[in-house]
Write a protein that binds this ligand. Structure first.
Ligand code: ATP
Length: 245
């Protein structure tokens, strides 16, 4: 297990944002966390990353967790290259060539200031910066936020390929449940600070409650999602059926 969250409670003043959330990510696994606005998804990632101190519960990690923050949060006045380098502050390897191999367009843009890039290009930089930290678990907060469907598809394929080729585990926080259930073998549904459902993505896709709330009504078997060109390491064969709360 690369991440084990047990009975996590997080409060902002009097308000309870997370109320006894438990979640696991296995080594090399891709896991989705979906839920509506304000459910507590970002709070959960920020707590896992150590940015927020929980009121109670525990978080155990067995490797480096690096977050791709919601809204990318690049330094707009700095170059692409300098933004990428910032991701490597904790590690020795500052070589950017593997990032440019993964995202060739960034190589040509390396001297450009980040604010001049499109949203999709900026998301590549945000993912690249996180990868520079050498994560065993990449925690992505809203990969698809504000991006065109084709751009999202492309980025998702990159993340899937990284998972498959390097074995890096992924925790994908997404409002786009269709995408998340497509590329992750297992998923958790968070609603109002509590886990509402958990299990294999294929099963969740068949759930009428998930279809109604997250997939825009009923969808036929097989047409819910478009399979990516590459499939995740654990797709269809992931361990464990999740823990229904
Ligand atoms: P979204 O999908 O809109 O990003 P989310 O699922 O990530 O939502 P959070 O951002 O974690 O949800 O917010 C969970 C709850 O905690 C919300 O009710 C939000 O208003 C509240 N909240 C978040 N950050 C703070 C804060 N710094 N102070 C007080 N309340 C907060």
């Amino acid at each position: 297990m690369i991440l084990e969250v047990r009975e996590l409670v997080v409060r902002y003043g009097q308000a309870t944002a997370l109320d006894g959330v438990s979640l696991e990510v296995g080594e090399g696994e891709m896991v989705a966390l979906v839920g509506p606005n304000g459910a507590g998804k970002t709070t959960l990632l920020n707590t896992i990353s150590g940015l927020i101190r929980p009121a109670s519960g525990s978080i155990r990690t067995a490797g480096r967790v690096v977050q791709v923050p919601e809204g990318r949060q690049l330094f707009g006045d700095m170059t692409v290259e300098d933004n990428l380098r910032l991701g490597a502050w904790r590690v020795r390897d500052r070589n950017l060539s593997h990032i440019y191999e993964l995202f060739p367009p960034l190589s040509e843009m390396r001297r450009r200031r980040a604010y001049t890039l499109s949203g999709g290009e900026q998301q590549m930089v945000a993912v690249g910066r996180a990868l520079m930290g050498g994560p065993q678990l990449l925690a992505v907060d809203e990969l698809s936020l504000g991006l065109a469907p084709l751009v999202v598809q492309n980025l998702a394929e990159h993340v899937v390929r990284l998972n498959r080729e390097s074995g890096m585990a992924v925790l994908l926080v997404e409002q786009n449940a269709r995408l998340a259930l497509d590329i992750c073998a297992r998923a958790y549904v968070l609603e109002a600070g509590r886990l509402a459902m958990a299990g294999q993505s294929a099963e969740l896709r068949r759930s009428p409650a998930v279809q109604a709330a997250y997939l825009g009504g009923a969808v036929g078997e097989g047409e819910a999602v478009r399979a990516p060109a590459t499939s995740p390491r654990t797709a269809g064969g992931g361990e464990g059926g999740g823990t229904a709360p």
